[in-house]
Each structure stands twice: as structure tokens, then as C-alpha cells.
Design a protein around this ligand. Sequence first.
Ligand SMILES: Nc1ncnc2c1ncn2[C@@H]1O[C@H](COP(=O)(O)OP(=O)(O)OP(=O)(O)O)[C@@H](O)[C@H]1O
Length: 271
Amino acid sequence: MNQETAVRNDRDTTSHLPNNQIKVSARKVQVYYGDTHAIKDVDVDIEDRNVTAFIGPSGCGKSTFLRCINRMNDTIPIARVEGQILIDDEDIYDKRIDPVQLRAKVGMVFQKPNPFPKSIYDNVAYGPKIHGLAKNKSELNDIVEKSLRRAALWNEVKDRLQLPGTGLSGGQQQRLCIARAIATEPEILLMDEPCSALDPIATDQVEELIRELKGNYSVVIVTHSMQQAHRVSQKTAFFHLGNLVEYDDTETIFKNPKDERTESYITGRIG
Ligand SMILES: Nc1ncnc2c1ncn2[C@@H]1O[C@H](COP(=O)(O)OP(=O)(O)OP(=O)(O)O)[C@@H](O)[C@H]1O
């Protein structure tokens, strides 16, 4: 058994451990888009097996910072990232890190559900296939079923796995995208406003899923909904004009914020 497998197995059996281990550690992170300084000197420690919410007014840099954690900003030609981001003490911007492998470990769910133009089955099987996670068809079937079950979608799609993913409802498509993201067994799940295109019932289902996922993953969610941040997260980071103004327990941020700007935002005076 290699070290990584040992760690994975350990993760599966220790979800009762306290949620205070640091998974992602960012220091002095700056992001520039050409001359625009979008993220300024951000330091943050994100805990394992917890949900962390990023909140703040439009354009404050929440999505930009989220994308630093799986190097999605690498895909934007004018974006430049400086500073250090460690995942499990490893510098993810080190030249030896393969961004494709990194993104298997750090999954992402986007604002708008974006299933591939493939069957429901193939949407979920795609990642495990390209990363060689299944030895045979039967193992692949198991991964697809397990991922759809964990995304609370299995019962709704088990009889139509060969139909196109794009034929599902918006809420089902988003849960399919979550199943696709967790099929490669990521350790961190980044969610960029995952419910913004969903109705209240689908939003409830995805929020319930986020609460369940935190047993095994470090989940980071960008949201415009303060109620949602309050409902699903244990830690909240408030961003304003590219700065991380305040980061604390969600209860503290919403009930007893220390910075005036945080208070103004959560009471609706800025936004
Ligand atoms: N691809 C890009 N090219 C150029 N500038 C960008 C790009 N993406 C974001 N920006 C700029 O970076 C800043 C932060 O944007 P970002 O999307 O990260 O903010 P946000 O807090 O997630 O906003 P919103 O809540 O509206 O989604 C803004 O000034 C934005 O215009």
C-alpha cells in the first residue's frame, strides 16, 4: 500500500476526529489581472473536514481567491498569482506540481451546472477513467454508483444512466456535477455559488449534501447568500476590495464581527 492509499484509508475511518487540522494554508497571496490587483496579501488557514464560506460584495475577489486553490487561474492568460499556497504542507505552485493531478485532488463545482454532453454515467466515469482509478468495468460501475449516491442523485437516475446528463433538471444537473467532482476522490471541494441557478428545493438538497460532505472533505463555498453561509459553514471569510478583512467562526462573523466593514456587510449596509 503506498502512502497516499494509507492516508485515504485513514481518512475514511477517522471522520470522528476533531475538525481542526489545517488543509490549505495561504500566505501573502496576490492576484493580478494585468494591472488590476484583485487579491491583496491574503493569509488564511482553511480547516480539514469543515465548510468554509467566502462572502463579500460583488467583485471583492471571492471567486478569484477560490480559483487559486486549484490553480484554475492558470487558465486565464492575464492572471498572475504570487505568494504561497500549501495543501498538506506542499506548495501547489511548485514547478513539480501537475495542475491536472492537483485538480483531481481539489475538485470544483461551478455556478452554472455544466454537465458534459455525455450520458449521466459517462459524466461521472470520465474523471476516474482518465486518472486510472478503476481496474475494470465493475470497479468503474461501483465508483459511478457510489458517487451518485453520495451526491443524493442515485435513486433519481439509476434507471436512466445512459441518457444525456443535459436532460436532467437544473438541480439534478448540479448534483450530477457534484457527483462528477467527487468521483475522483478529491480531498477538497471548491464550490463557486453552487446554488445560484437553483430553485429553493434544489438549493435545500445541495445544502444538505454540503453538510454531509464535510465529514470527509474540506469544502470551500463562495456564496452571495449570507443565510446560506450561516446554514452550511463553520468558518467564514469576509472579503472586501481584494482584502480578506475578517476570518473567524461563522457564528462570530454573523453575531459578533470585529471589523466595521464586516458588520456593515452582514447588516446590509454595504453590498
Ligand atoms: N478573467 C478576468 N479578467 C480580468 N479581470 C477579472 C477576471 N476575473 C475577475 N476579474 C476582476 O477581479 C476582481 C475580482 O473578481 P471576482 O470575480 O473574483 O470577484 P467576486 O467577489 O467573486 O465577484 P462576484 O461576487 O460578482 O462573482 C474584479 O475586479 C473583476 O473584475
